[in-house]
Design a protein around this ligand. Sequence first.
Ligand code: ADP
Ligand code: MG
Length: 231
Amino acid sequence: MSDPIIRVDNVHKSYLMGKEAVPALRGVTIDVARGEMLCLMGPSGSGKTTLLNLLGGLDEPGRGHIVIDGENLVAMKEEQVARLRLQKLGFIFQTFNLLNNFTAFENVEAPMVLAKKLKRKERKVRATLLLEQVGLADRMDHYPSELSGGQQQRVAIARALANDPPIIIGDEMTGDLDSETGFEVMRLIRQLNQEQRKTVIYVTHDPRMADFADRVITMLDGIIHTETVKT
Ligand SMILES: Nc1ncnc2c1ncn2[C@@H]1O[C@H](COP(=O)(O)OP(=O)(O)O)[C@@H](O)[C@H]1O
Ligand SMILES: [Mg+2]
C-alpha cells in the first residue's frame, strides 16, 4: 500500500493483572489507506478497543510501532501525542461521552478551544456549520439530556470533526442506538468518508453496520483472524 495514513506494525500489548501479564494484542499489523473506511469486528475481549486506544496514543504498545500520518507515536512525548490526537483524530464512542453541563454547541466548540487555533467568532461559525451538517441546526442550545440517543451521537460526530481531523475512530458507535438510528449514523459517517475523504476505523458487532466498510478485519484473541476486502 502506498502512503498509508495509519501504520500498525507488529504491535503487542499486555495488561498487568497483579503480577501476571495478560496479552491483549499479540502481533497486529495493519496499514490503513488514506480515505479508507475500515471495520474491526471480533468477539468481546479480542483486543479491538485496546488497538483503538493505542492508535489514539491513550496507551503505549509493549512492542511494535504505530505511525499516524507520518508521525511515530512511540517516539513522541506525551504533549506531542496529545496535540496529534487533537488535530488528527476524531473519536466517537458507544455512550456518546458528551459533557452533560455543556450545550450541543459548547460540546462541539470545546475541542476548538483546546486547539487554540480559531478565535471565538470563527469557532462560532464553525460549530454552527458542523451542527447544521449533522442535521441539528435547531438543537444547538440543547443539553445532552434534552436530546435523543441518535441526536447525541450526531453531536458527538460534529465534535469529532471540530478540528477537521483526517481520521475518525469509532468504538461501537451504533451499539446503544436502535437499528434505524444506527443506520442513519453510519450513512452520515460513510458520507463524511466519501465526500470529505475522512479515513474511518470503526468497531461494530453488527454485520449490517460492517457492510458500510471498504474492508473488514476480524480479530480473535489479540491477532487478526480474517480480512475481507469489498469488491
Ligand atoms: N485496562 C485493562 N486492564 C486489564 N485488562 C484489560 C484492560 N483493558 C482490556 N483488558 C483485557 O484485554 C483484552 C482485550 O480487551 P479489549 O481491547 O477491551 O477487547 P474488545 O474491545 O475487543 O472487547 C481482554 O482480555 C480484556 O480483559
Ligand atoms: Mg471494546
